[in-house]
Design a protein around this ligand. Structure first.
Ligand code: HEM
Length: 173
């Protein structure tokens, strides 16, 4: 069976962002057929962390510096606005290694990803989002174990969210 997943609300909609993120994670999972037996049925927590790391569903957030500081030799003054790119941080080669751009479900450092941010504004929904991702893949692969990508997905045109708006898949024979 072949289906097309598309049309998930307006670009500004948070709901769209969340659905698009799930699609994006599904894409990562479906692309790596060789990894599938290792995380189908019940994805290992590490696989979810690696999806969050590679996808980095939230692309960026801005912060305003509250005091003068130096960051790797770069002078930052109080009041400066800084943009933080989650996808870039989640590919930091000093943390994730030289192959940081690759999706690897067994990556030991996957848990160091910061797709939910960090510090006092760490995402309040992180635990729920992890649970949702696990249950979604459990149900998906329990019902359609041969689920696979069937074409190129279409990226969500957004500078804030990294997700998909359209993804052709094959559910099974
Ligand atoms: C894959 C799904 C999700 C991702 C990648 C994500 C990511 C993020 C990020 C990057 C931040 C900003 C952290 C910072 O400013 O340092 C954030 C904040 C937040 N998120 Fe999420 N989020 C997700 C799902 C959810 C869900 C399901 C909920 C609620 C049910 C939620 C509620 C919140 C709230 C309330 C904040 C603001 C926390 C604060 O400013 O103190 N998120 N999230």
């Amino acid at each position: 069976m072949r289906i097309e997943a598309s049309g998930v609300g307006s670009p500004a909609s948070a709901k769209r962002g969340q659905r698009a993120n799930s699609s994006s994670n599904i894409t990562r999972a479906s692309r790596r057929a060789s990894d599938a037996p290792r995380h189908r049925c019940s994805p290992k927590p590490n696989a979810i962390e690696e999806m969050l790391r590679v996808v980095s569903p939230v692309r960026n957030f801005a912060r305003v510096a509250t005091e003068d500081t130096l960051l790797r030799g770069k002078r930052i003054r109080a009041g400066d606005m800084l943009v933080f790119f989650y996808g870039s941080a989640n590919r930091d080669e000093e943390v994730f290694g030289a192959d940081s751009d690759a999706f690897e479900v067994t990556r030991a450092s996957a848990r160091r990803q910061i797709a939910f941010g960090f510090g006092e504004h760490l995402c309040l929904g992180a635990s729920l989002a992890r649970l949702e991702a696990r249950v979604m893949f459990e149900e998906l692969f329990a019902r359609w174990p041969r689920f696979a990508l069937a074409g190129e997905p279409t990226q969500l045109p957004s500078i804030l969210m990294n997700g998909l708006v359209h993804m052709p898949v094959v559910l099974g024979p």
